[in-house]
Design a binder for this molecule. Structure first.
Ligand code: AHR
Length: 516
């Protein structure tokens, strides 16, 4: 920390003691309530990639792993606990190669294909439309389907919508009935392609915009099912893509997407960085790149504001998270990586950014749910481990659909070499019962920070809380030691005589406080 380093030069142990815990102020101003924090920013993503679907979610009804109709019981329980609002499927890059008719009907007669993007393995299509939509019903989440623009046809996408959502007599609705499902499913979120600037067809923004208009036209609303169409938006800082899309499709989509991954060492041939074996410099770079999300959302939504000043369209960060080198010895095409306390700090900081932009960011999906990239759950045969990122989802679920409360921060910097970041980030909300929750992240790996939160428009008599932390940034949960990073009660926050919330926020920790 800059201030602490300066104090060392004072060579006074008194000065050191006095400055050891730095001070921060976080004003929580409920007198000026903000927009609703959509629960859909807590969405997830399950692609046909590595062991996300197969082995992760789906083991099939004949498996010796305890399951309900083929879905792992342990996964179902874990997902229910964190109240997943929506689940994006079947990809990702896989979506633009997926032909949904291969994944319906008797499983044994479904055709096999090569998963060219992800390891070149055989995809036997045993997890298809019915399996996905029934899974969503089982865990109580809304499906978010991504249709194939890159290698599919308008007719194929149009018929998929009809197959899933039409209640009357039609070739597709009748086919669904033949396959065992009488009533249609409700599907709201519908993606029209994925990364169409890249794996989804390498299109120009102009060409994709036209394709979007064409495909979206034939994705119909049947009965009371209303599709919320999501156009394939930009890759990270591609502002031109957003500008073009907004010019061409404004008003024709519910939202546009953004994909942004945090890759500590970048996409070059030297590797992205290890998930568990990293230096403090790599850590600070990771957090710096994570904080870029704020700038990306700000700049993309400024462009959206020009065309859509009433903010009707949503900005959907439907792929985000940390992307590291795969775990040594695993298939490079399966993107299996571990998940440490660093990822929890990244995840909570990203949620605080999403909360800040709740007026536009109304949907987000971490990549990915099980066994892939910044997974919330890892599995090995019949074992399951909840990652630190899972615990952040559990801790932050109190913010789902709550009203954002603006926060104003005056915080010290966490500095390393020439890099310097705000040590603390935060957000707050008030839920439907009137309970206020304040979430705070201290990214500084060494220094606790004394926090004072003046509360405006909040009457609180008691405070309770939860904390996620560990001794080191690289601590992670393993199959041998699954409880290394878990949520614990945090009872050190108090309300002082001025009615302010006061606490010492431990180094490298995430805390959520409940004020009643
Ligand atoms: O999440 C992994 C991949 O990252 C997705 O398939 C793709 O959309 C993105 O490039």
């Amino acid at each position: 920390m800059k201030k602490l380093i300066l104090s060392v030069f004072l060579c006074s142990s008194l000065a050191l003691t006095a400055l050891a815990a730095e001070k921060a102020t976080v004003v929580v101003d409920a007198s000026q309530p903000g927009p609703q924090i959509s629960r859909h920013i807590y969405g997830h993503f399950a692609e046909h990639l590595g062991h996300c679907i197969y082995g992760g979610i789906w083991v099939g009804p004949e498996s010796s792993i305890p399951n309900t109709d083929g879905y792992r019981n342990d996964i179902v329980e874990a997902l229910k606990e964190i109240r997943i609002p929506n689940l994006r499927w079947p990809g990702g890059c896989f979506a633009d190669e997926y032909h949904w008719r291969d994944g319906i009907g008797p499983r044994e007669s479904r055709p096999k294909m090569i998963n060219t993007h992800w390891g070149g393995v055989v995809e036997d299509n045993s997890f298809g439309t019915h399996e996905f939509l029934n899974f969503c019903e089982l865990i109580g989440t809304e499906p978010y389907i991504c249709g194939n623009v890159g290698s599919g046809t308008v007719e194929e996408m149009s018929k998929w919508v009809e197959y899933i959502t039409f209640d009357g007599e039609s070739p597709m609705a009748n086919l669904r009935r033949e396959n065992g499902r009488d009533k249609p499913w409700q599907v709201k979120f519908w993606g029209v392609g994925n990364e169409n600037w890249g794996c989804g067809g390498n299109m120009t923004a102009e060409f994709y915009s036209d394709q979007y208009r064409r495909y979206a036209t034939y994705c119909r609303d049947y009965g009371d099912n209303h599709l919320w169409k999501i156009a394939g938006g930009p890759n990270s800082g591609d502002y031109r893509w957003t500008e073009t899309l907004m010019k061409q499709i404004n008003g024709r989509a519910w939202g546009i997407s953004l994909h942004h991954y945090t890759v500590p060492k970048g996409w070059g041939p030297g590797g992205k960085g290890s998930a568990t074996d990293f230096t403090e410099e790599e850590y600070v770079i990771t957090m710096e790149k994570c904080f870029m999300m704020d700038e990306l959302i700000t700049r993309h939504t400024e462009i959206m504001d020009k065309y859509d000043p009433k903010k009707r369209m949503a900005f959907c960060v439907d792929e985000w998270g940390a992307w590291y080198d795969v775990e040594p010895g695993t298939n490079p095409g399966f993107l299996y990586q571990q998940n440490t306390l660093r990822d929890a700090l990244l995840c909570a900081s990203t949620f605080n950014i999403f909360h800040k932009h709740a007026d536009r960011v109304r949907l987000a999906n971490i990549a990915q749910m099980v066994n892939v990239l910044q997974a919330i759950i890892l599995t090995k045969d019949d074992q399951m481990v909840l990652t630190p990122t899972y615990h952040v989802y559990n801790m932050y679920k109190v913010h789902q659909d709550a009203t954002q409360i603006p926060v104003e921060l005056d915080v010290p910097q966490y500095s390393l070499g020439s890099r310097s970041l705000p040590a603390v980030n935060a957000s707050a909300s008030r839920d439907a019962e009137g309970t206020v929750h304040v979430s705070l992240v201290n990214i500084d790996p060494e220094n606790d920070i004394d926090i004072v939160c003046p509360l405006r428009g909040v009457k609180a008599a008691k405070v309770s809380g939860q904390i996620l932390t560990a001794d080191r940034l690289d601590v992670h949960n393993t199959f041998e030691n699954p409880q290394a990073v878990v949520l614990k009660e945090f009872s050190k926050a108090k309300l002082n005589k001025n009615g302010e919330l006061v606490l010492t926020l431990p180094a490298k920790s995430v805390v959520t406080l409940t004020l009643q």
